[in-house]
Design a binder for this molecule. Structure first.
Ligand SMILES: C[S@@+](CC[C@H](N)C(=O)[O-])C[C@H]1O[C@@H](n2cnc3c(N)ncnc32)[C@H](O)[C@@H]1O
Length: 795
């Protein structure tokens, strides 16, 4: 059982207190260095699996600052007045030194904390936190990037596997930061294994102008936030979610510019103060958090003085523990709490681990979480049981479900009980597989005294039929009459009272249950019952960089094909972006919304002489749904779910809001996932219109999907119709000619910005909704899978 790894962060001040390797008593070259000894003692305590150290010492910061933070051109009194070709105010000797460094960047021995391969085992290296890759000053950005590359080249030399990058701080220049990181990720001289973890502080943000580190005209790093709670600079007129959104937005820019590179992850810095807004932390669970930075200052004392975390943080951390992030504990030696000592923080993390219900469920045999733990966020092609013949091992996985078959037995029991007046009942299991529903039908029969039942079973998989024959002989005394073939063409000797099937997919209809049952309903008597009788498909907008990456980086298929294929996925690092409450205009639906439904049997079908439907057009469907997006986020796809009514009060559900009530712990279906080829950014309070179609031809069924985003805006006051100018009087605006029909200005493009155009057209607005609010379109996706070109299900 894997436990949560914990790293101890050793700050520069503690490292500085160690005796320098070169100054201690004569040493053998293979004697452990002080740093090595510190790492060994830390790991020997068994509280920690890793040690997190700054890669450089203050000496490097001093040299870099001296070389790279010289006064800008023209500042201050000249030491050299420029006559010698040097910029006034700059020391030519330092300038030369800086230029030499730029040409050949390298460290001196005392500027780095680690020097040996042996020291880097179990090491997480922290890049100099004072580097400003997003400084407003291009010179500082350039020299910071050079210094970063120098640190990473040195880390590559020493085989450091994970480095923590300095936090981005300046929203306006974060694209510069992102470009620099992307260049490194694509530079093979840094190897292809090193993980780059961007430190992102979640703390509420201060709004202030100027340079984030205070690198004013003097360009010093004196106010540099360094390793202490980095703060983000956002413009004072940032959106209503302000700094919180900025932290996430900066991350969004970085990972987007870096093409969702899988070597890029987040160190979520939980330094105080914490975001107070409800749901503020949810979005992080859809991001690649590999580390949590947790300083002792984030802890509060409990009644006995031991360090504990506030409730909201506990809840968040217990939830993200399912991703097994490395906790980096910092300032544990600072004696900030009266009890617990320096170990108290690691012990508290272990306590959270033990009380994390999500993590414990993953570790408990028989739960959905433990069953699914190896499938988390892995996209899989949905089964096609109609087109393909399933393997025995696939059936065996279905049959491990403790809930599905119990629910079916209960539904069959209730249906048979409703027929107690009848002398006999005829049951048909259509698509019997290896026979678990037949076995449950027998169990239901046994629960009803004196029940007299005939059972037929149909299966088109010739291999599964062998298992059915064997079970029939060994378990059911050959009482089941087996039919080999497709239920749409097989003939039964008589009509049946109950038609039982389980042809459902994660989206309800995606394994072609509607089409198969339309073909089988001719077996049913006029008052016959279908189990299931009804099912519905549901969707919700989903954010998950992990899934986006999974779809993008599949080894087979081209990008378009992969992005136009729905998958089944056990969601883990995902976040549903929608919220309840109708949104700003009060017109949006709920968090998860129903697309469509199917009912069986369908008595209104137009059928041929054999009872088969003439065409399949009655099984096409379309949905147009509007979602409210309360917090900004990136849409990567749509989550799909189903609910099925079996009979009486028995249902199955994988809908997140009803599954616990209807079929808790059911394992058979992971949710459905419709990916998007390109992510769609959604600002806070956006409305998302999702269009989904179920299409059909003679040979196949497929889905197409598309989404548009809008932002609610106040309705502008349009001029009244009579005030519109006609072609005849364009020279004299606002004076329509009597008798001529006023001509409306051409309808502007839906993609126009909200501000009036150069021609003075008002922006395109959809009028309606509550009060004076309309909406302006801000984005759209491609139409995915037109004509079923990339994915379809064969009929
Ligand atoms: C999802 S499996 C369920 C199997 C079994 N009833 C269970 O619950 O474990 C669906 C089964 O229906 C069979 N099937 C699908 N379409 C069929 C059709 N049109 N006619 C006959 N069998 C079909 C498949 O071969 C497969 O065995």
């Amino acid at each position: 059982m894997l436990s949560i790894p914990i790293a101890l962060h050793i700050p520069a001040s503690e490292l500085a207190a160690l005796p320098p390797a070169s100054s201690s008593a004569p040493r053998e070259s293979d004697d452990p260095t002080p740093v090595q000894e510190l790492i060994s003692t830390t790991l020997a305590s068994r509280l920690y699996t890793y040690v997190c150290l700054p890669l450089t010492t203050p000496k490097w910061k001093d040299r870099w600052s001296r070389m790279c933070l010289q006064p800008p051109l023209g500042a201050g009194p000249s030491t050299a007045d420029g006559a010698d070709g040097h910029a006034p105010g700059r020391d030519p000797a330092v300038e030369k030194e800086a230029e030499e460094w730029r040409l050949h960047p390298k460290f001196e021995r005392e500027e780095v904390t680690v020097t040996r391969l042996e020291e880097t085992y179990s090491l997480i290296g922290m890049v100099s936190a004072w580097l400003e890759l997003d400084s407003p000053e291009s010179g500082i950005r350039y020299d910071s990037e050079l210094a970063l590359r120098q640190e990473l080249a040195y880390s590559t030399y020493l085989d450091v596997r994970t480095v923590v990058l300095p936090p981005p701080r300046n929203r306006a220049n974060v694209a510069d930061y992102a470009r620099a990181i992307n260049a490194i990720l694509n530079d093979t001289s840094f190897g292809s294994y090193m993980q780059l973890a961007v430190r992102i502080p979640v703390s509420e943000v201060e709004h202030r102008g100027g340079s984030p580190s205070g690198l004013g005209p003097g360009r010093t790093l004196a106010e540099s936030p360094g390793i202490k709670s980095p703060q983000i600079v956002v413009s004072p007129n940032a959106g209503e979610e302000g700094g919180l959104d900025s932290a996430w937005e900066m991350w969004d820019v970085i990972r987007t510019v870096c093409g969702y590179n899988s070597r890029l992850s987040i160190v979520l810095d939980l330094s105080p103060p914490f975001p107070l807004r409800l749901g503020a932390m949810d979005r992080w669970s859809a991001e690649p958090i590999r580390h949590i930075f947790l300083p002792a200052t984030s802890f509060i004392p409990n009644a006995k003085g031991y360090p504990v975390l506030a409730k909201a943080n506990q809840i968040f951390l217990k939830e993200v523990m399912q991703f097994l992030p490395i906790f980096i504990l910092s300032k544990t030696q600072a004696n900030l709490h009266n009890a617990g000592g320096s170990k108290g923080y690691a012990e508290y993390v272990r306590f959270l681990e033990k009380t994390s219900t999500t993590l414990q469920a993953m570790r408990t045999e028989g739960t959905l979480e433990s069953f699914a733990s190896t499938y988390m966020d892995r996209v899989q092609a949905p089964l096609q049981p109609l087109m393909d013949n399933l393997q025995s091992s696939t059936y065996a996985i279905f049959e491990r479900d403790p809930v599905k078959y119990e629910r079916y037995e209960e539904a069959i029991f209730q249906a048979l009980s409703a027929r107690v007046e009848q002398e006999t009942s005829v049951i048909c299991v259509a698509g019997a597989g290896r026979g678990p529903l037949i076995a449950r039908a027998y169990k239901a029969v046994q629960r009803i005294e004196g029940a007299n039942v005939t059972i037929y079973a149909i299966e088109k998989n010739p291999n599964a039929l062998v298992t059915l024959q064997e079970r029939n002989a060994l378990e059911w005394e050959n009482a089941v009459t087996l039919f080999f073939g497709d239920m749409r063409s097989v003939e039964l000797p008589e009509k049946v009272d109950i038609l039982i099937s389980e042809l459902l997919g994660s989206f309800g209809d995606n394994e072609l249950s509607p089409e198969c049952l339309d073909g089988a309903q001719r077996f049913l008597k006029d008052d016959g019952i279908s189990i299931p009788s009804f099912y519905t498909a549901h969707v919700a907008p989903l954010s998950s960089s992990k899934l986006y990456n999974e779809v993008l980086h599949q080894t087979i298929g081209d990008e378009t094909k992969n992005a136009e294929t729905p998958y089944v996925v056990m969601f883990q690092a995902t976040n549903v972006l929608s919220g309840d409450g109708g949104g700003v205009r009060g017109v949006c639906g709920t968090t998860v919304q129903e697309c469509w439904s199917f009912e069986h049997p369908r008595r209104d079908l137009f059928v041929d002489a054999r009872g088969l439907p003439f065409s399949n057009t009655h099984n096409t469907r379309s949905a147009h749904l509007t979602f409210h997006i309360p917090h900004s986020g990136v849409l990567h796809g749509l989550a799909g779910y189903f609910e099925a009514h079996l009979y009486g009060d028995v249902s199955l559900s994988i809908h997140p809001e009803t599954k616990a009530l209807k079929s808790n712990n059911m394992l058979s279906w992971f949710p459905f996932y419709f990916p998007l080829k390109d992510p769609l950014y959604l600002p806070a309070n956006a409305e998302l219109d999702v269009h989904l179609w179920r299409m059909t031809s003679r040979q196949k069924v497929w889905y197409e999907w598309y989404a548009e985003s809008f932002l609610p805006v106040p309705t502008p006051s349009f001029p009244s119709a009579l005030e519109f100018i006609t072609p005849q009087n364009t020279g004299a605006p606002n004076t329509p000619r009597h008798g001529s029909t006023p001509i409306r200005p051409p309808r502007p493009s839906p993609m126009l910005d909200a501000s009036p155009t150069a021609e003075g057209h008002p922006p395109f607005l959809e009028i309606g909704g509550r009060g004076e609010l309309s909406r302006v379109k801000i984005g759209q996706t491609k139409l995915h899978n037109p004509g079923g070109r990339s994915s379809w299900i064969g009929l």
